[in-house]
Design a protein around this ligand. Structure first.
Ligand code: 5GP
Ligand code: MN
Length: 314
């Protein structure tokens, strides 16, 4: 397998980014690579661009180096896109377009490969696991390891989803060997919720509905509800997983309002439905068991349109 340093060693300026509304794998792999390259290429200018991550990720070293608001015409020698296709880069996309060399590292099955160097392995649990394989293990210190570990545990539900392979566990073991408090990391970044996060999850579960003979469960959070509980979209992580864990459910659909008649859709399945295929019909993507898209229309219309696709698979 190639080592990423072979593609970067001559670069004087490098930008790293991931997808909008970054999740744990996105933040972990972006920061893991950032910390790693600072060590391997101390003379290079390395910038990291990302929407401001949730506060739970403040434990990651140098997280405040992330540029969330920027205005630059800089042309980077290399731009590395992690955990996504370039069209989900958000505001940083023009900087990506101008870069002299483009590298894409991802594990989404919907990613068909972009840029000059593309490493897409859908059988990988996480971008963080894939990235680990591209790094020199002896250069991975505790702080780099912790960032990558966060990526792995977030995309595998703490090493329990079916995307966890024997190799995932080996990589996790190598990372843990560097000596960080993995138990605390799991608790504080994955399980712990604020009281308001717990309340809005409770509300979404309470108001959920089972449809299609109980095989599908749906719920929605409106902007008014978010205002009432004083939460932002970052506080809604985990709701769709909670819905999916209901006995008998093959597919969970959760959406939250992002604008007038605009919803962000999250889907989870137990494997009987390919939710990535469903999401791709509506311009999104993801994995067989976890995918998402953005939809325009009322909640009811969106559910109907998604369920038509799901029913065809049943
Ligand atoms: P989540 O439901 O946690 O936001 O996302 C589940 C999976 O689907 C993640 O791997 C995420 O990257 C992917 N995903 C979510 N929304 C979109 C989207 O709008 N477009 C694409 N291509 N992938 C998405
Ligand atoms: Mn991921």
């Amino acid at each position: 397998m190639m080592k990423i340093i072979d593609e970067l060693k001559d670069a004087k300026s490098i930008a790293i980014s991931g997808h909008v509304r970054p999740d744990g794998d996105c933040v972990g792999s972006v920061m893991g690579l950032y910390l790693y390259l600072q060590k391997e290429l101390p003379a290079a200018q390395i910038d990291v661009y990302l929407d401001k991550p949730a506060d739970i990720f403040n434990c990651i070293s140098h997280i405040t180096d992330i540029k969330s608001e920027f205005n630059t015409n800089q042309v980077y020698d290399v731009f590395v896109v992690l955990d996504t296709v370039p069209d989900r880069l958000g505001d940083v996309e023009p900087i990506y377009e101008r870069a002299r060399k483009k590298i894409n590292i991802d594990h989404h099955i919907s990613n068909t490969g972009y840029g000059d160097v593309s490493v897409v392995e859908p059988e990988r649990s996480s971008t963080a696991e894939l990235l680990y394989e591209l790094l020199n293990p002896e250069m991975i210190d505790t702080e780099i390891a912790m960032a990558l570990y966060i990526g792995i545990i977030h995309d595998t539900g703490v090493l329990r989803y079916s995307n966890t392979s024997p190799r995932t566990l080996q990589v996790a073991a190598e990372l843990v060997k560097t000596g960080f408090d993995f138990s605390q990391i799991i608790e504080e970044t994955f399980f712990e919720k604020t009281y308001l996060q717990t309340q809005i999850m409770g509300r979404a579960v309470l108001e959920s509905m089972r449809i299609m003979d109980g095989r599908c469960i749906v719920s929605v959070v409106s902007r008014r509800m978010m205002e009432f509980y004083q939460v932002t979209t970052k506080d809604l992580d985990g709701i769709v997983n909670q819905l999916q864990s209901v006995k008998g459910v093959d597919c969970a659909i959760f959406m939250y309002e992002t604008g007038t008649s605009e919803y962000k859709v999250s889907m989870r399945s137990n494997g009987k439905v390919d939710v990535s295929a469903v999401a791709m019909k509506f311009g999104g993507g993801g994995h067989v068991r976890a995918a998402g898209c953005t939809m325009n229309g009322t909640y009811r219309d969106n559910i109907n349109n998604l369920c038509k696709e799901i029913a065809e698979q049943f």
